[in-house]
Design a protein around this ligand. Structure first.
Ligand SMILES: [Zn+2]
Ligand SMILES: [Zn+2]
Length: 239
C-alpha cells in the first residue's frame, strides 16, 4: 500500500531569523504528516534546508516510510518518540536499521519498548506483540536540544502516558504533541500510567501558554492551532 503525504507545510512563511550560538541563521522547516498503521498514527518528518530530517513517531509501515523519505531525498539524522505506545513505535527498528540513526525518547518509558503490556500491543488479540530495541538517548526536558542543524525544545507533558513529551520547533511556532492534545479533543488516560489531572495540567500549563498562532501537530488526526483549541476544545472548558 502506498502512503499519502496528507500535509506538506513549509514554515514559517518561509523565513524567520533566530539566533543560534550567537549567529543569525535563516530557518526553513518543512513538516510532512504521514498517517501510518491500523489507527493512522501521524508520523512527522521534520526537514530543514540542508535536507536533514528528524523522524517523529514512525508507527508502522516502515517499508513505505523509508521509500517516502528516500523519494524526497532527505537524510534522516534521528528518530524521536513522543511516547512509547505501540502505534507510535512499530517502524522504529526498520527505520533505525535502514538509515543507521539513533532514537531519542523520555526515560520513563524506556521499558515500554520491550513490554507489550505497557506499550499496549499486548491488549489486542489481533495485534502481534510490539518489541523495539532500546533507545540510544534519553531527552531531558527543559534544555534546548541540538541534533544536526535542528534546535528544539522538549516539554514533559505527562497524562496520556508518564513519559509523554512534546517537541517545539521554530521559535515555539510548531508543537508536535503526540497524544496529549488533539483537534477538539484530548488524549485518553485509561491506559498504563494515564492520569487525567496530570493531562489537563500539562495541556494548560505547557501547551495553552504557547502563542495562539502556534501550529499543533497531534499524534492522530489533523493539525490545529493553540488558539483554535483555547476557543473550541470542549474538553478544556472550565478547567
Ligand atoms: Zn498513545
Ligand atoms: Zn497514538
Amino acid at each position: 500500500m502506498d502512503i499519502d503525504l496528507l500535509d506538506v507545510h513549509i514554515y514559517p512563511d518561509l523565513k524567520t531569523k533566530s539566533s543560534i550560538i550567537g549567529k543569525e541563521v535563516n530557518k526553513l522547516l518543512n513538516i510532512r504528516r504521514i498517517p501510518l498503521g491500523p489507527i493512522q498514527t501521524n508520523c512527522y518528518i521534520v526537514s530543514n534546508k540542508e535536507k536533514e530530517c528528524l523522524i517523529i513517531d514512525p508507527g508502522e509501515q516502515g517499508h513505505d516510510l523509508i521509500k517516502q523519505i528516500k523519494n524526497a531525498n532527505l537524510k534522516p539524522i534521528a528518530i524521536l518518540l513522543t511516547h512509547a505506545h505501540f502505534d507510535h513505535i512499530g517502524a522504529v527498528d526498520d527505520v533505525r536499521k535502514e538509515f543507521a540513526v539513533d532514537m531519542y525518547m523520555h526515560k520513563k518509558e524506556s521499558a515500554w519498548l520491550s513490554d507489550p503490556q505497557l506499550n499496549g500491543s499486548g491488549k489486542y488479540a489481533q495485534l502481534p506483540d510490539y518489541v523495539v530495541a532500546p533507545a540510544e538517548h534519553f531527552l531531558a526536558p527543559g534544555e534546548a536540544q541540538v541534533i544536526g542543524n535542528f534546535t528544539f525544545d522538549v516539554l514533559h507533558t505527562p497524562g496520556h502516558s508518564p513519559g509523554s513529551i512534546s517537541f517545539l520547533f521554530d521559535n515555539k511556532q510548531i508543537a508536535i504533541v503526540g497524544d496529549t492534545l488533539f483537534k477538539r479533543s484530548i488524549g485518553r488516560t485509561d491506559l498504563a500510567g494515564g492520569n487525567s489531572q496530570l493531562l489537563l495540567e500539562s495541556i494548560h500549563k505547557q501547551l495553552l501558554s504557547l502563542d495562539e498562532e502556534t501550529m499543533v501537530y497531534p499524534g492522530h488526526d489533523e493539525p490545529t492551532t493553540i488558539g483554535a483549541e483555547i476557543d473550541g476544545n470542549p474538553f478544556l472548558n472550565g478547567f
